[in-house]
Design a binder for this molecule. Structure first.
Ligand code: GLV
Length: 326
């Protein structure tokens, strides 16, 4: 039997390529830059499967260009780049890669938190500059992390993994979410539920871990920054549009908050010029970027594709109703 034709918008990692090579007729996008839209629409014609990154917008236009498509496998846990309802309408399964990146992303939220609190970006620039004159008592004094209050917005897998790490820093952990987690989880993580306004008022560090949804777009707006302590920091490793960047820049300029550390932006790869300031740590969307985790993510996407073509339910299907239709 002919193998299904699958296009991957990235070369992926060797382990994933092996899984795919045995089961699919593969075509890979091999250039370093992301594929231009027209090229993508051309290459996906006649393909039954697609493995894509979060930089590719999978919408009705895309799906119309690929009438044979049966699955879109995102190599990411967030899937705001995919119009899942449009996929369902076209009978296309959509999948993501949950579970494997929680700890790695939590590590990175902490990397950012520590970096902004202790002014690592500024320190690194000084150390490399050739202008460092040696130890000084008030040089690059930052803010203590240990013993402070950490506020977590969104207490899913990643938010909880961030909370777990706070124990080592003797921090008080508070969280807010649409749903309160079971008491046993709160106890285990030493985390207390509160409403958003309490979290804003009490936290020294706020780390954001919500998915991008219509109700979380622009969640961090001007009124929220005004409720934060002027000594507090915002950490965002979720999705850029969860934070209103113009409002964040204004809050930083007006010293309504002490600083921010960001891995994600409203219009990636564009970064608002007002964010390029000393008290903001900027990273280029790399929270899940360890070799181990990115390899696992690619393998999960590959397995989702292979499962579908083997007549099985893809483990991470987002719209299982399409399976019933076939
Ligand atoms: C990365 O941002 C992801 O959603 O996996």
């Amino acid at each position: 039997m002919a193998k299904p034709k699958v296009f991957a918008t990235h070369e992926l990692f060797e382990d994933a390529r092996q899984i795919l090579g045995e089961n699919c007729e593969m075509e890979y996008w091999a250039k370093a830059e992301r594929p231009p839209r027209e090229e993508l629409l051309r290459r996906v014609q006649g393909k039954e499967g697609l493995i894509c990154l979060l930089t590719e917008k999978i919408n009705d236009e895309f799906l119309r260009a690929a009438p044979k498509l049966r699955i879109v496998a995102n190599v990411a846990v967030g899937f705001d780049n995919i119009d899942v309802a449009a996929c369902t309408k076209h009978g296309v399964a959509a999948t993501n890669t949950p579970g494997v990146l929680d700890e790695t992303t939590a590590d990175f939220a902490w990397t950012l938190l520590m970096a902004v609190a202790r002014r690592l970006g500024e320190g690194e620039a000084l150390a490399r500059s050739g202008n460092w004159k040696g130890w000084d008592l008030d040089q690059l004094v930052g803010t203590d992390v240990w013993g402070k209050t950490l506020g977590i917005v969104g207490f899913g897998r990643i938010g909880r993994a961030v909370a777990r790490r706070a124990g080592g820093f003797q921090m008080k952990v508070i969280y807010t979410d649409a749903l309160r987690v079971p008491e046993s989880v709160e106890k285990e993580l030493n985390a207390a539920f509160c409403d958003m306004n309490t979290l804003l008022a009490e936290s020294d560090f706020i780390s954001v871990h919500v998915p991008l949804l219509p109700e979380t777009r622009g969640l961090f707006d001007s009124p929220k920054f005004y409720r934060m302590k002027p000594t507090a920091f915002l950490i965002n490793t979720s999705r850029g549009p969860v934070v209103d960047e113009a409002a964040l820049v204004a809050a930083l300029e007006e010293r309504k908050i002490a600083g921010a550390a960001l891995d994600v932006y409203e219009n990636e790869p564009f970064i608002h010029p007002g964010l390029k300031r000393a008290n903001v740590v900027l990273a280029p969307h790399i929270a899940s970027a360890s070799l181990e985790t990115r390899t696992k993510m690619a393998c999960i996407a590959a397995n989702n594709v292979v499962s579908l073509f083997a007549g099985q339910r893809p483990p991470n299907i987002l719209n299982p109703e399409v399976l019933k239709a076939t």
